[in-house]
Design a protein around this ligand. Sequence first.
Ligand code: FAD
Length: 380
Amino acid sequence: MPDRSFLDWPFLEQRHREWAERLEAWCAANLPVDHGDVDAACRDLVAKLGKAGILEPTALDTAAPSPLDVRALCIARETLARHDGLADFAFAMQGLGTGAISLFGSDEQRKWLRKTRKGEAISAFALSEPRSGSDVANMDMSATQDNGGYVLSGEKTWISNGGIADIYTVFARTGEAPGAKGLSAFVVPADTPGLRVAERIEVIAPHPLARLSFEEVRVPASSMIGKPGEGFKIAMSVLDVFRSTVGAAALGFARRALDESIARASSRQLFGAPLFDLQMVQGHLADMALDVDAAALLVYRAAWAKDMGAPRVTREAAMAKLYATDRAQEVIDKAVQIHGGDGVRRGHIVESLYREIRALRIYEGASDVQKVVIARQIKK
Ligand SMILES: Cc1cc2nc3c(=O)[nH]c(=O)nc-3n(C[C@H](O)[C@H](O)[C@H](O)COP(=O)(O)OP(=O)(O)OC[C@H]3O[C@@H](n4cnc5c(N)ncnc54)[C@H](O)[C@@H]3O)c2cc1C
C-alpha cells in the first residue's frame, strides 16, 4: 500500500481525501489497460473516466461555475500515474486541451466542456511548432482576418491527442504587435476543412501524438478565445494551472517506483538476507522517500496557493514541476538499479516508469526553462 500520509497535510481538505479514495477504488478496478493500440486505449479511457465522473474537475462546470480545483487535479494525476501512465495522459489532456475555454471561453465555446467532462469529446492543446518549441512567442502559424472570420495557416507539432481529438485549442499569430503580444487563441473542431494530421510521432512511452497541418483553415470570428492579442497570456494562464499537475504525475510515477523497490528489496534474498538489509540499498531507498516527500510538498503547495486565489503561481508551479519531474527521474533510475536485470526487462513496471517519466522534463516547459522562470521570479 503506498504511503498516503500526505492526504492529511493541511494543504488538503476532507473533499480531497474522499476524492483520493474514490480514485483509488476506480484505479484498482480498471487499471492498468493494454497499451497495444494507444489510440483505442485513450478513446476507451476517456469514455470510461468520463462515465465514472472522474473527468469532472478537468474543466469548468458551466451549471455551477467555480475555479478549477488544482488540488483535485493533482490528486487525480498522482493516483492515475501511479497505476497507469496512459490513464494519467487521457485525464490530463482533457484539462490542458480545454483550459483556455474554462478560463477565457465564451458561453458558446463552453458548450464543449459538458462533452469533454463526460468523456464524450476529446481535446488537445496546440501550441508548439517545429521552429518554435520553447520559444513560443516566435511562432509562425498565422491567423488572418477574412470575410468576418479568420484563416489559419501553418503547422503545429508534438500535439498530444493529435489525430484522436475532437477539438483543438490552437494558438496563432494575429499580428496586433510583434512577438508575444501578437498571438491569439482559437477553438478549432477536428473536422474543420484544411486541418489534417501530417505525421504521427512515436515516442518512448507511446501515446497519441502528431504533427498537424493547417492549410487555409477557415474559422468564424466567434471561435477566438478571449480577445485578439491575448493568446500568449491565455497560454501562460493555462500552464499556470496545469504545470503543477505535471509535477503531480511525476510524483505518482516516483511513488510507484518507491513502492515497487521497497517490495523488491524486502522479498529478494541476497547474501543470505533480504536485499533491504544492505545499508547501501537502505541509503537509496531513504533518498527516494525523501525525494518523493519533498516533491509532494512542492506540488501540493503550488496547487494550494492557486486554489487559495493567487492570481499567478508562476514560481511555485515552476518549482513543483522542475523538482518533481527531475527527482522522479532519479527515483525511478534507482528503482531500476534495485531491480537489477528485471529493471530493464521489457514490460516490467519499473522499465515502463523509466520510459514514462522522461518526456515530463521536456513538455510544458523544459527543466532548463523552469530554472530560467524561477530565476526571473526571485530577482529583486
Ligand atoms: C511527449 C510530448 C508531448 C507533448 N505534447 C504537447 C502538446 O500537447 N501540445 C503542445 O503544444 N506541445 C507539446 N509538446 C511539445 C513540448 O512542449 C516541446 O517539446 C517543448 O516545449 C520543447 O520544445 P522543443 O521540443 O522544440 O525543444 P527546443 O525548444 O528546441 O529546446 C531544446 C532544449 O533546449 C533547452 N532550452 C530551451 N530553451 C531554453 C532556455 N530558455 N534556457 C535554457 N535552456 C533552454 C532545453 O534543454 C530544451 O529541452 C510535447 C512534447 C513531448 C515530448
